[in-house]
Structures are given as C-alpha cells and as structure tokens.
Design a protein around this ligand. Structure first.
Ligand code: SF4
Ligand code: MG
Length: 327
C-alpha cells in the first residue's frame, strides 16, 4: 500500500526578536492508510507544531521553512490557501488541544457538526442530508443520536471529547490529527476516548496521528510510535519493538520513567532539561543528557535512518563504526 501521508524533511521556524526558533527541525515519516501513529515528547519538543504544520495552520511569526507534506501524493506546502482550505476537514482534519473547551456553549452538538459540514461542502447538500451525516458521525464515535440535541454543558468530559472527534471525522477525512485528546480527563475516560479513536480507524479507515505524552496509553492504542526530541524525531518504531528493544537512549529513558500502575502519565526522572531551541547543542541534540554519550555524539549529528526493519532512529550507537549496540 501507498502512504496516505508522507512528510519529508519538514522544517518550521519562528522568527523572534531574540533569534530563530527551530521548532521542527527536519522530520520525515510515512503514515499508511488507516494507521494509528503516536507522537510523544516532552512539552516544547514540537509535537503541536507538527500538527499545525500538517494542517498548514502555522501562524506568523512562524512559517514552514522547508520540506514536503505529501497528502495522497499532493504536496500541501506550496498550495495556495484557498486550495488548502478545500482540503482541510475534508482530507486532513485536526482535533486541537483543548478542543472540548472550545465547543460553542450555546449551540446543540449536531448543529456544530452541521456547521462544519456546511463550511466544507458545496452548498447543495440538503439540511436533511447534513443532519444524517451529523448523526452518522456521532454514531461513529459511540454517541447516541439524542446527544446531538444536547448542549455542551449537558455532556461529560468524555462525551464532549467524543463530540469533538465526531466533528473532525464528519467530512470523512483520510487523516485525523488528535492533539492531546485525553489531557484533563480522568484515567477511565482517557481509556474510553482512546477506544473511540481505535474504533474510528476500524470503522472509517481513517489514519490517525495521536499526540500525547502518556507512553502507557499510547502502548495500548497505536501501531507505531514516534518520539520527538527538540524538534526532531529521535525514533520511530512499531509499538511492540519500541517497548521490547528501543533504539534510542531517550526512548529507553521514557520507558524507564513510566510510572508503574497508578499515577501514569508524565515523564519523570529523566535528568536534565531539553535544550533551548534558540541555541541547540552541536552533534546529537540529546548528547548533554544521554547516559551513553560518546565523543562522536558531541560533534556529529547522527543520521535518522532505518537501523532495523521498520525501526528508525537517529543515534550513533547504531552506526556500523560504533557497533556496540548491535548484538
Ligand atoms: Fe546518545 Fe550519542 Fe545516541 Fe545521541 S547519538 S542518543 S548522544 S548515544
Ligand atoms: Mg502541545
């Protein structure tokens, strides 16, 4: 199968008074149709910026400074805004961080879905057909159609989040990006929202990019996991492999820092801080914090490559001439 989305050397920069912030510093990956890919990293690692870039919604003083975003073979980067607008929601949609708090409090849920459908359809679809589509969307996220008649304040947090997912999938996009869809929800509800996302993929064959920081929740919900560090991908591997045999020392630390059983969630116990994106260290960006740092790491940027089948990482440990990590 062909990837539905191919990201090639994506770069996003913010120009500020005190310098250029390289928020996304050359990342590449493929997303297959119907695939669920997780994207994790500490806050400020660039996850949400990737999401906004994929939607072509980076605002000044930021800009996409390079790379390609191939959606079904069409590069979104050079598209005029008008053409991009036609693809947003229809082909690629996002559930922004905190979306459930920005539902319109004075509009019924189904009207909010219909508004999205109207914004993005040709204007020739009947009200009746739009209502049917809205109800279908609600059903696809496991909400009863009566929920459509309700206002946001009548819904629990989990239902609100599912309503946001319904809005995002109403146009049947090929790719949905969910930015921290479970933050601010309790553990049981988090699980329900994740189940909803898994179900979407099964029912609608939509590919999902799930942004978060809970490795434990990701482990049960995605096919592959991408680990971001300081605007780059440290590793991208199938979920089983990433827990069994992570390639990158940072991934290792994230897994080790996973709280056992209760109180899952945050990255703890990783010594040091991520670098300032305004003054990145030379060589490997992770070298100041890496327990396995070597001389070469301080001077030479490790290439991001496929070191094992379907396991990509940027780390000198896996280069031939430092073969210590291989067997
Ligand atoms: Fe650590 Fe070197 Fe690998 Fe960077 S390249 S993660 S510093 S071992
Ligand atoms: Mg974020």
């Amino acid at each position: 199968a062909r990837p539905v989305l191919s990201v090639r050397d994506l770069r996003v920069e913010y120009h500020t008074d005190t310098g250029v912030v390289r928020a996304v510093n050359g990342i590449s990956f493929d997303l297959m149709p119907g695939e669920r890919m997780g994207l994790v990293g500490e806050s400020g690692s660039g996850k949400s910026t990737v999401a906004l870039a994929l939607m072509r919604m980076i605002r000044r003083p930021g800009r996409i400074a390079g790379g390609q975003l191939l959606l079904d073979g069409t590069d979104l980067v050079p598209l005029p805004e008008r053409a991009m607008r036609a693809r947003r929601a229809r082909e690629i949609a996002m559930i922004p961080q905190g979306a459930m708090n920005s539902l319109n409090p004075v509009a019924r849920i189904e009207d909010q879905i219909i508004d999205t459908l109207e914004d993005h359809s040709d204007g020739r679809t009947s009200k009746r057909a739009l209502l049917d589509r809205a109800r279908e969307a609600l059903e696809s996220v496991g909400l009863r159609r009566e929920v459509g008649r309700m206002y946001p304040h009548e819904l629990s947090g989990g239902m609100k989040q599912r309503a946001c997912i319904a809005i995002a999938v109403a146009m049947r996009p090929k790719v949905v990006i969910a930015d921290e869809p479970t933050s601010a929800l309790d553990v049981v509800v988090q699980r329900q929202v994740m189940d909803t996302i898994v179900r979407l993929q099964q029912e609608l064959q939509v590919a999902v990019i799930l942004i978060g920081h809970d490795m434990g929740l990701m482990a049960q919900s995605v096919d592959r996991l991408a680990v971001m560090y300081a605007g780059k991908l440290a590793e991208l591997s199938p979920i089983r492999d990433i827990f069994a045999e992570p390639l990158h020392p940072y991934t290792d630390l994230l897994i080790e820092s996973l709280p056992k059983l209760e109180d899952r969630g945050t990255f703890r116990g990783i010594p040091g801080l991520p670098p300032s994106l305004k003054s990145l260290p030379p060589g490997c960006l992770f070298h100041p914090r890496c327990p396995r740092v070597m001389d070469v790491c301080r001077t030479t940027v490790p290439a991001y490559r496929e070191h094992r089948p379907n396991q990509f990482a940027a780390c000198h440990l896996h280069e031939e001439h430092h073969g210590e990590a291989d067997h």
